[in-house]
Design a protein around this ligand. Structure first.
Ligand code: S3P
Length: 426
């Protein structure tokens, strides 16, 4: 579907967004691991979550939706059954990588597949640490899906130092370690999102800036009642729109404010963004609250290397804030962006060039300057939800005939994006 971008002069009002994608995935997975009935309130029901749910249904779990709750009857320890077909992870890296850790510890074989984009994303980063734990996993020669997982008598507890700043890799190792009597340790030098360790209440020691996370069977999840705060990564699109459009004031309700995810707010505030918090609360160790955003005069800032893992999903929309800010937007140290749902450095640079911005692309980032010279163009979302929403926000300010190809991909993380945009804009 081609989306014809609509002009949005100012946005006003209140917005409630679906649950955070990372926490929704983990809530579904932990509920399926646990025995008995768990419930999830405000679970994201996007394509990525549907992929996770369909994999766990194939492993024998019952997952129903009733009165805005997701109700899960989990398998309990060693309770999954051998799937009769390949497990399809769709477009979802979190599904594929986290479930690999879980399946490595099961007593049956399984095979993971994904869509075209997921089938090109690097999987050796999760497979190698699991092989070092004694797992029997075969992966295609170029390090991508499909992944074949065979049972082993027992995995071995290891101490693993993460080589990539990836919460998905960290989580895959921790989820495998959750099945062992002995303690598995993950050492993380860069701070990535910490939902797995927070939700499983794993011990985390801090040493010289690194996190040392321990896990064993004694932390295996029990049935639970989860409430999921709204997705800060989805909120980021509206935060930036509120800042760059004139006479805007919006309140985004009950947004996740976990510090391993709030880097986007830190950057926007340091750029001069008028963003405040109200009504801050906590659920299962996760902070959340209302975010109030008002139109602001922005200036570009230097974005520190240490912050990159924290803002990795928000860099596309931060570049739009950068375009409307004084000075040039520049991002470096972000090579990981090349391994997302699309090569996001290329996707952003190609589309910005199409619009006539001056673009300087590096291996690990890019710099933007100038003004758009052509706005009646067809932006290629490359089937990547965050690229589609980034250009919808940019287009709402410079629109004049811009279209965005394959816009339906927004359903991967926020199927209701256009209605939310309309509601705030009207
Ligand atoms: C996620 C971790 C990040 C992020 C992704 C969700 C997670 O990926 O980009 O959208 O839920 O653990 P990496 O771990 O590959 O950086």
């Amino acid at each position: 579907m081609n989306y014809k971008v609509e002009n949005v002069k100012s946005i006003k009002g209140e917005l409630s967004l679906p649950g955070d994608k990372s926490i929704s995935h983990r809530s579904v997975m932990f509920s399926c691991l646990a025995g008995g009935e768990s419930t999830i309130q405000n679970c994201l029901m996007s394509e990525d979550l549907i992929s996770t749910m369909s994999c766990f249904r194939a492993l024998g779990c019952r997952i129903d939706e009733k009165d805005e709750l997701v109700i899960i009857n989990g398998a309990g320890f060693n309770g999954f059954k051998k799937p009769v077909k390949d497990l399809h992870c769709g477009n979802s890296g979190t599904t594929a990588r986290l479930i690999t850790g879980i399946l490595a510890a099961q007593s049956f074989s399984s095979k993971l597949i994904g869509d075209e984009s997921l089938s090109q994303r690097p999987m050796r980063r999760v497979v190698d640490p699991l092989l070092s734990m004694g797992a029997d996993i075969q992966i295609s020669s170029n390090g991508t899906l499909p992944i074949h997982i065979n049972p082993v008598k027992s995995l071995i507890a290891v101490k693993h130092e993460l080589k990539v700043a990836s919460a998905q890799v960290k989580s895959a190792i921790l989820l495998a370690g959750l099945h062992l009597d002995e303690t598995t340790v993950v050492v993380e030098k860069f701070n990535t999102r910490n939902h797995t360790e927070t939700m499983l209440k794993l011990p985390v020691k801090k040493e010289n800036g690194a996190s040392i996370i321990s896990v064993s069977k004694s932390y295996y999840p029990e049935k639970n009642q989860y409430y999921i705060p709204s997705d800060i990564s989805s909120a980021a699109f509206f935060m930036v729109l509120g800042l760059i459009s004139e006479n805007s004031e919006i309140r985004i309700k009950s947004v996740l404010l976990n510090e391993s995810r709030t880097g986007v707010i830190e950057v926007l505030k340091s750029m001069g963004g008028n963003i405040s918090f109200e009504n801050i609360r906590e659920t299962s160790g996760e902070k959340f609250g209302d975010i109030v955003v008002r139109s602001s005069y922005l200036r570009n800032v230097v974005i520190n290397k240490e912050l990159i893992p924290n803002i990795i999903d928000e860099i596309p929309i931060l570049s739009v804030a950068g375009i409307f800010a004084e000075g040039n937007f520049k991002i470096e140290n972000a090579e990981e962006l090349r391994y997302k749902e699309s090569d996001r450095i290329k996707s952003l640079c190609d589309n910005y060039k199409l619009l006539g911005y001056k673009v300087n692309e590096f291996a690990d980032g890019f710099e933007l300057s100038g003004d758009p010279t052509k706005t009646s163009v067809v932006i290629d979302s490359k089937g990547d939800h965050r690229i589609a929403m980034t250009f919808a926000v940019l287009g709402s300010q410079i629109s004049a005939g811009m279209q965005i190809r394959n816009f339906e991909c927004v359903a991967v993380s926020n199927p209701d994006f256009l209605n939310q945009l309309k509601k705030l804009g009207s």
